[in-house]
Design a protein around this ligand. Structure first.
Ligand SMILES: [Zn+2]
Ligand SMILES: [Zn+2]
Length: 81
């Protein structure tokens, strides 16, 4: 089964804030935020409910990257392997 290298701490995404150049923090999977009942679902169900219809099919994991300094945030799609 495919898994996200970021969720499994195999890889760290280094992205810098376009506004203030700070390192963005990985706040984790987007679905963890959007679905408060996510832990009751299996992985595929969570993905279908995260608002990104391609994530289950394409095996990508949306991560919310946040700048702690200025509040900038961006969603990055991580390819699972
Ligand atoms: Zn992930
Ligand atoms: Zn910033």
């Amino acid at each position: 089964m495919a898994m996200c290298p970021l969720c499994n701490s195999l890889k760290v995404l280094e992205i810098y804030c376009p506004a203030c150049n700070s390192r963005l923090d990985d706040s984790g999977k987007v679905s963890d935020f959007l679905d408060p009942y996510g832990h009751y679902n299996d992985e595929e169900t969570v993905k279908m409910g995260d608002g990104y219809p391609n994530t289950a099919k394409d095996q990508i994991c949306p991560h919310l990257m946040v700048c702690n300094k200025c509040g900038y945030d961006v969603v990055k799609f991580i390819q699972e392997r």
